[in-house]
Design a protein around this ligand. Structure first.
Ligand code: GAR
Length: 204
């Protein structure tokens, strides 16, 4: 990793994980900087957070392209324009495809609100609650072609309370998730990382 690696962050919603990264990056000692924020939709708080921080933004909507594969290539082109050292999916609600992974595979991490390999997909907190687990959490992983299947960088554990709803549980997960994301991305930036099969070592 170069000094102060360049992060491109992709979002689809409220962007509280993005905000945690922006706040961390305000201190040069953190070791990384957010150079652009992209989204798959307009008018979301995640993009507004980037604009308030003076960070360039871009949008690539699936519906604006004639196929998913064209969208995937356009997304990769838009990300590539900012020459990232690491791409962070922070609440990005789309699966990236082959073209994206051929350029940024191994350099893209995603955060998922469950303890992988349990409860992959779009409804991690709801699925954990429904199953009745007593602990759940969040997982940061290196994105591969599967759904939340990539090699695990970090995990954080959160208890499930008896009176939890999907929303109270997800909010508690997100508090731990933001701390994990900031801590792990900072270490990846400052120390580097190595992906060896399913094992990820920080400080490579
Ligand atoms: C986060 O909990 C993230 O893990 C989840 O969306 C939330 C985004 O919150 N992502 C997924 O479920 C991806 N499959 P934020 O917009 O406030 O950062």
């Amino acid at each position: 990793m170069p000094a102060r690696p360049r992060l491109v962050v992709l979002v689809s919603g409220s962007g509280t994980n993005l905000q945690a990264l922006l706040d961390a990056c305000a201190d040069p000692a953190y070791g990384a900087r957010v150079v652009a924020v992209g989204a798959d939709r307009d008018d979301i708080e995640g993009l507004a957070r980037a604009e308030r921080a003076g960070i360039p933004t871009f949008v690539a909507k699936v519906g604006d392209y004639s196929s998913r594969s064209y969208w995937d290539r356009a997304l990769a082109d838009k990300v590539a324009a900012f020459e990232p050292d690491l791409v962070v999916l922070a609440g990005f609600m789309k699966l990236v495809g082959e073209k994206f992974l051929s350029r940024f595979g191994g350099l893209t991490v995603n955060t998922h609100p469950a303890l992988s390999p349990s409860f992959p997909g779009m409804h991690g907190p709801a699925d954990a609650l429904e199953y009745g687990v007593k602990v759940t959490g969040a997982t940061l992983f290196v994105v591969d072609a599967g759904v939340d299947t990539g090699a695990i960088v970090a995990q954080t554990v959160v208890p499930v309370e008896d009176d939890d709803t999907v929303s109270t549980l997800h909010e508690r997960i997100k508090v731990a998730e933001r701390a994990m994301l900031v801590e792990s991305v900072g270490r990846m930036a400052r120390e580097g990382f190595v992906v060896d099969g399913r094992r990820v070592r920080l400080g490579g």
